[in-house]
Ligand binder design. Structure first.
Ligand SMILES: Cc1ncc(COP(=O)(O)O)c(C=O)c1O
Length: 392
């Protein structure tokens, strides 16, 4: 079964549900048992038995099975958000006294979790590297390094890490690897097949795809996922709700065709931006100035629709005027849904960090982030053309 067929038919078991083409939602908190022996058997395998929905629920399990299959993992665990998945995956591999290596442009709250929360509450140290070269990671290894946390492409600047190279290095030193694969989705990148230990996604982005769910998932080996279910998922309790799992099931059926369309629209928007004189550096793996094309070809098979570019504007009023002039690009956080979005990352970053920290991220006040949606691309290009006039 190819991915697209699998997402529609795998594990649907329609004969169990009166032939319903879409499975029902198991909207229940607990499961009852016929007798002592049945209860006893369920408690014998709490990681897979349906006992209580904080642990397992058939609607959630179905999504986990499909996502695990899509990513080439043995099992998956859904969480209430991408951050629930990220913090659980990281906690699974670290203990007090350990050291993590991650990248400068890692997603903001993942950065806060590693740099501040883990340091202050769990005595876990961290080193940040650019991550474009495997040697960046090699140079940062310490005797207590237990985890390399990747995000490829990274946030805001969308630079890549060499997944096979980092895996080889990590395995040599007995270090575990986790990757945030939200940007590429499992349609365009399959890190587990390259040897990464755990893959995490914010399903609030493309996997959900309709801007109506906040969710996350961790995918990996049966052993790692069994332990995550028993520990981080059950004890911290960031569980996925059955209705949200059901919405994600709906979304998965169109993931591959949505990604193709996001890619098509994005490539057209990029060609337009590259020709425009008010646009400076463009950050996206398909931009003509992207300097890791070979690595892209080696480990990815497509482009998603989140990009950033520098407006050639020297004051905040011009930047505001550009953003306020857009009609179809709605102003908002998040990305990966059907609708196009615009945000100026500086608005959030300057509230959380000093100007020097902000500069070290390689972004500036005029950096604009766009999420390219599924509208007709000619409308999107016209919208940008109109708004960019404000800069000239
Ligand atoms: C790259 C990346 N990873 C993870 C997350 C966190 O996901 P969630 O908002 O579902 O917790 C986000 C959210 O914006 C993100 O951009």
């Amino acid at each position: 079964m190819k991915d697209k067929t699998m997402l529609i038919h795998y594990k649907e078991e329609r004969e169990k549900y009166m032939g319903a083409v879409v499975p029902p939602i198991f909207q229940n908190s607990l499961f009852t048992f016929e007798n002592y022996d049945e209860l006893d058997a369920a408690f014998g395998s709490p990681e897979s038995a349906n006992i209580y929905t904080r642990g397992n629920n058939p609607t959630v399990t179905l999504v986990e099975e499909k996502i695990a299959m899509l990513c080439g993992g043995q099992d998956a665990k859904m969480f209430a958000s991408g951050m629930g998945a990220i913090s659980s995956a990281i906690l699974h591999f670290v203990k007090s006294g350990d050291h993590i290596i991650t990248i400068n442009n890692v997603y903001g709250p993942a950065n806060n979790f590693i740099k501040h929360y883990l340091k202050e509450k769990c005595n876990v140290d961290s080193t940040y590297v650019e991550g474009k070269k495997v040697s960046d990671f090699e140079d940062a290894i310490q005797p207590n390094t237990s985890l390399i946390y990747l995000e490829s492409p990274s946030s805001v600047v969308f630079s890549l890490q060499d997944l096979e190279g980092v895996v080889a290095l990590a395995k040599k030193h007995g270090i575990k690897t986790v990757i945030d694969n939200t940007w590429a989705t499992p349609i365009f990148q399959k890190p587990l097949e390259l040897g990464i230990d755990l893959e995490v996604h914010s399903c609030s982005k493309y996997i959900g795809g309709h801007s109506d769910v906040v969710a996350g998932v961790v995918v990996g080996s049966s052993k790692d996922i069994r332990e995550i279910k028993k520990n981080e998922a059950a004890l911290l309790g960031a569980k996925m709700a059955p209705f949200e799992a059901w919405l994600i099931l709906r979304s998965l059926r169109t993931l591959a065709i949505r990604m193709k369309e996001h890619q098509k629209n994005t490539l057209e928007v990029l060609r337009f931006l590259e020709e425009h004189k008010a646009v400076g550096t463009i950050y996206h793996p398909a931009s003509s100035t992207f300097d890791q094309k070979e690595l892209f070809e080696k480990q990815m098979s497509g482009y998603s629709g989140l990009l950033a570019f520098e407006l050639k504007a020297d004051d905040l009023e011009q930047i505001k005027s550009f953003m306020n002039s857009l009609e179809y690009f709605k102003v908002g956080v998040s990305w990966g849904g059907h609708e196009s979005l615009v945000i100026i990352p500086a608005v959030a970053y300057l509230k959380e960090m000093t100007k020097e920290q902000f500069k070290a991220l390689n972004i500036c006040l005029g950096t604009v982030r766009l999420s390219i949606g599924l509208e007709d691309v000619s409308d999107l290009v016209e919208d940008l053309r109109r708004a960019l006039k404000k800069i000239q």
